[in-house]
Design a binder for this molecule. Structure first.
Ligand code: MOS
Length: 761
């Protein structure tokens, strides 16, 4: 919002309500939406895609980290002599011999800040969480480093730590601040309206900590060349990480060169954590290149996860279902050194038309690893509380839960009063209900198959449309009609390069195989985060800007003899490897002919995306309806998901194949959140007790049924290419849909995740 305010102040003329629609929205180009297979697919299937941990450097050393075993205090003594004498050890670094480094800029504190926390790294003897790195060992092989780290002896002077939720609450909480704004919305007297309403639900829903478990472990391979740092990293923001590392080492951002061509899953966790800082520092002192790959345990200790929440959701309603009051308040736990009070009120801000609201996140502090962003931070856990409460109210009122939502569908954004850019949530519900067979749903405990009780549930999914400032792109066109794009964006497996190639081919009127898309390199333009489900819009708008520059350059070459003579950039469009007049498409000249006239061998342009003014005019969100059927064993209490369907309204879908995977992946993560995922945190000492995939359960193949995915495909007139984000929405709504189905199956309402069998017996 702060960015928006500034943008409006600086460019009031740019505020054209309705904006200028992207011409691609109206075009029925067959490439848009086509289920094109990922361009990086063959490389990955053949094992030829080089990830950060697979880059070899001459003279490379391998790193291992030693983690603190106390939650707070100081390092009284650290003995590294045995480790230093171990075979193959090159260097052991602790706070005693680390170079001077500045604090890591914590995410959201500055536009390009990428750090998970703003703590100093190895600058003093202080311990801030149980698991904090206290030593880094470099050795000639990974095995030697792992052995040597076991020889480091640390003694601590412990200080009193806040490691239980009760202690954190006792210390007090205050309204969380997220992206510079307090997480609080109040309108009318919600408590009074709740009490006055004839029907109410008022319950507390809780969600546990979750840890990041991308398939690819966090990894970096790096080396210094004088004052220049070269990093092969696995990150979601190369520009952000380079700038932040430059701040830490007191150098210019151009002196840090990061590439990150393949990322094996990010989900918000692939940012700048201590491992890259420590590897770079140890490399600087030792003079040797370093490869650091966090172990699975290391990811739990060094990389933050999603925090726990306790949410009160209270709804007051009339007998016809209309809401008088909506209260969604509660607590999220964070640390003093990060910026992430899990904003679980986001869904309640936009989903229902209500007279009186009170939405607020209170943040309390604990001594733990800094919690961080994880796929749909806020929305995923917030939609569990909100959409469970809606289901409880529907049950109490005897109204079908979809009908109840329909009766409270707002005409405009209920908290800001802004019109929606495009919202077809009810259409998503209609289509989803029909395909899922929702009419077969019964009252609770009415369907049985042997020991299994069977039930259906649904819930709303939602995630905001964002477009962060800073987008830029470079295009190079050659006379043969080949287009090469360069953007500092990221491919974490979601299909970025494929979808952007499709869009560029459609925009420039060339076949798909004549487009190459290169990315994730700090030498390319753009400050683009693969986060907030906004990368596609951010790149898309940057490409439009570059295309405008390209058309202007091409027309400047046209001259008197060209069929395009006298046309202005907004009077032409691309087709068949050239430009034509929009008014008279027979006035056409190919790129080759245009460039040949002056003997140009290539045209290179750069475009900068304008500020995201669409967000000042419109309430923009992706929506979906999640449907779930479960069976619950009356013998063991075990829940199995029989069927899952997602019906989405996210604007135009740009690639049916990659989009389906994004939606499915999100829903699988939601299923895991509903039934399995929980970071177990020892409240006596702040230690994560299950830092591995055998004790921390993520959904595996046998947990996941066939997942059906459909969408409205209605373009959003205010988003580039008509497409809103799809990366995170799948996880939202899913946990509530599962919980609502469990209730429908067996009549037990579980309000604290995960829904394990002990809660159903
Ligand atoms: Mo996401 S949590 O915006 O990578």
């Amino acid at each position: 919002q702060a960015v928006m305010k500034k943008a409006v102040e600086h460019a009031p003329d740019a505020l054209i309500p309705g904006g200028i629609a992207d011409p691609l929205i109206a075009r029925g180009d067959p490439l848009i939406g086509a289920p094109v297979s990922r361009v990086d697919g063959p490389l990955k299937v053949r094992g030829e895609a080089r990830f950060a941990a697979e880059i070899p450097l001459a003279g490379m050393t391998y790193a291992a980290l030693v983690y603190s075993t106390v939650p707070k205090g100081r390092i009284a003594d650290i003995d590294t002599t045995a480790a230093e004498a171990a075979p193959g050890v090159v260097f052991v670094m602790t706070h005693r011999n680390a170079p001077k480094m500045n604090k890591v800029p914590v995410f959201l504190s500055k536009p390009k800040a990428a750090g998970g926390a703003d703590l100093p790294v190895f600058q003093d003897d202080q311990v801030h969480w149980n698991g904090q790195p206290v030593a880094i060992v470099l050795a000639e092989t990974q095995e030697q480093a792992d052995h040597a780290k076991s020889l480091v002896r640390v003694t601590y002077e412990t200080a009193e730590a806040v490691t239980s939720l009760a202690a954190a609450k006792a210390r007090g909480s205050k309204t969380g601040v997220f992206q510079g704004e307090p997480l609080k919305v109040e309108s009318g007297d919600a408590e009074a309206a709740l009490v006055a309403a004839p029907f109410q639900v008022d319950a507390v829903y809780s969600t546990p900590r979750h840890s990041h478990n991308a398939i690819e472990l966090h990894a970096a391979t790096l080396a210094w060349d004088g004052d220049e740092l070269r990093v092969h990293d696995a990150v979601q923001g190369v520009a952000h990480t380079a700038w932040s590392l430059a701040q830490v080492f007191g150098i210019r951002e151009e002196q840090v060169h990061i590439t990150s061509p393949f990322v094996g899953g990010g989900f918000g966790g692939k940012a700048l954590w201590q491992h890259q800082v420590l590897a770079a520092a140890a490399s600087k002192v030792s003079g040797r290149p370093v490869r650091i790959v966090l172990s699975r345990e290391g990811v739990y200790r060094v990389v933050g996860g999603r925090t726990l929440t306790e949410q009160r959701v209270a709804i007051g309603a009339q007998a016809d279902g209309r809401f008088d009051a909506l209260i969604h308040t509660g607590l999220a736990v964070m640390t003093e050194h990060n910026n992430m009070p899990e904003p679980f009120i986001m869904p309640a801000k936009c989903l229902y038309g209500v007279g009186a609201f009170h939405l607020e996140v209170q943040a309390a502090q604990m001594d733990m690893i800094a919690n961080t962003f994880m796929r749909a931070p806020g929305e995923s856990v917030g939609s569990f509380g909100l959409e469970s409460a809606i289901d409880e109210l529907a049950d109490r009122l005897g109204i079908d839960p979809i009908e109840l939502r329909r009766r409270n569908e707002p005409a405009k954004d209920p908290t800001t009063g802004t019109p929606f850019s495009s919202r077809y949530l009810l259409e998503a519900y209609r289509a989803g209900a029909e395909r899922f067979g929702w009419e077969a749903r019964t009252l609770p405990r009415m369907r049985r198959d042997g020991e299994w009780l069977i039930g259906m549930g649904c819930a709303t999914a939602t995630y905001p449309y964002y477009r962060m400032p800073g987008g830029a792109a470079r295009l190079t066109l050659t006379p043969d009609g080949r287009v090469h794009a360069e953007v500092a964006a990221h491919e974490m497996g979601m299909g970025t390069a494929t979808v952007q190639s499709q869009l560029i081919a459609a925009r420039l009127g060339v076949p798909l195989d004549q487009v190459t898309f290169d990315y994730a390199d700090t030498k390319f333009p753009g400050v683009i985060l693969a986060g907030g489900s906004q990368q596609t819009a951010s790149i898309g708008r940057s490409i439009i800007a570059a295309q405008d520059a390209l058309f202007a350059d091409l027309l400047a070459l046209a001259g008197e003899k060209s069929p395009l003579a006298g046309l202005k950039p907004d009077e032409v469009r691309a087709r068949d490897g050239g430009l034509c007049s929009i008014a008279d498409p027979s006035r056409f000249e190919s790129y080759g002919a245009l460039m040949g006239r002056t003997g140009r061998t290539a045209i290179q342009v750069e475009g900068k995306a304008p500020p995201p003014l669409e967000l000042a005019h419109w309430s923009m969100h992706s929506y979906g309806a999640i449907f779930c059927e479960v069976r619950v064993s009356q013998v063991t209490g075990e829940t199995r998901v029989n069927r899952l369907l997602g019906s989405f309204d996210c604007g135009r879908i740009l690639n049916a194949k990659t989009a389906t995977s994004q939606f499915r992946g999100g829903m699988i993560m939601g299923l895991g959140m509903a039934l399995l995922e929980e970071t177990q945190f020892d409240e006596r000492n702040g230690r994560i007790m299950n830092p591995n995939l055998s004790d921390y359960h993520v959904a595996a193949h046998l947990d996941v049924p066939e997942i059906d995915v459909i969408w409205t495909d209605i373009p959003d007139p205010h988003a580039p290419a008509g497409a809103r984000g799809i990366g995170e929405i799948g996880i939202t709504g899913t946990a509530a849909a599962v919980a609502n189905a469990v209730y429908n199956a067996c009549g037990i309402r579980v309000r604290d995740l995960p829904i394990t069998l002990d809660k159903l017996m």
